[in-house]
Write a protein that binds this ligand. Structure first.
Ligand code: ADP
Ligand code: MG
Length: 142
């Protein structure tokens, strides 16, 4: 398997519940390494631009309100098959459908307040990483 990078956000419900360490611990136990990280309070414009693919969905306004409601931890994760591995560790979008032991099963409150974001493809990862990080803010871990 190839080493790759993916993009992750620990969302406001999880930062407010003090689950940052618990979530990063799941990544590290599964051989993903943090290559970049910054804590941020997103503006409405930044959150809207990030989720632009969902702009016509009925939940778009609610999603942007939630993502700007508190601090988020923005991260680049690196490891073997990182995009797919991160999505597996996250679990299904709706925590009611997420497998036991997944981040969303453990730490999501609802389908909207679902603890984490993770890129859904290598192409999304590239766009999302460059949306938040400069090249010189990312350190290779492998
Ligand atoms: P994922 O984050 O699993 O890739 P999507 O890309 O489909 O899921 O949706 C982006 C985010 O929008 C979700 O993580 C969740 O926070 C929110 N969302 C998705 N579907 C709904 C919904 N039906 N109601 C409210 N919020 C939703
Ligand atoms: Mg998605």
């Amino acid at each position: 398997m190839a080493n790759e990078k993916t993009f992750s956000i620990i969302k406001p419900n999880a930062t407010l519940d003090n689950n940052i360490g618990n979530i990063i611990s799941i990544f590290e136990k599964n051989d993903l390494r943090v290559s970049a990280a910054k804590f941020a309070q997103l503006s409405k414009e930044k959150a809207e631009g990030f989720y632009i693919e969902h702009k016509d969905r009925p939940f778009f306004g609610e999603l942007v309100d939630f993502m700007t409601s508190g601090p988020v931890l923005l991260m680049v994760l690196e490891g073997d098959n990182a995009v797919t591995k991160n999505r597996e560790l996250m679990g299904a979008t709706n925590p009611a459908e997420a497998a036991e032991g997944t981040i969303r099963k453990l730490y999501a409150k609802s389908i909207g307040e679902n603890a984490v974001h993770g890129s859904d493809s290598a192409q999304s990862a590239e766009r999302e990483i460059s949306y938040f990080f400069e090249k010189n803010e990312i350190v290779d871990r492998f």
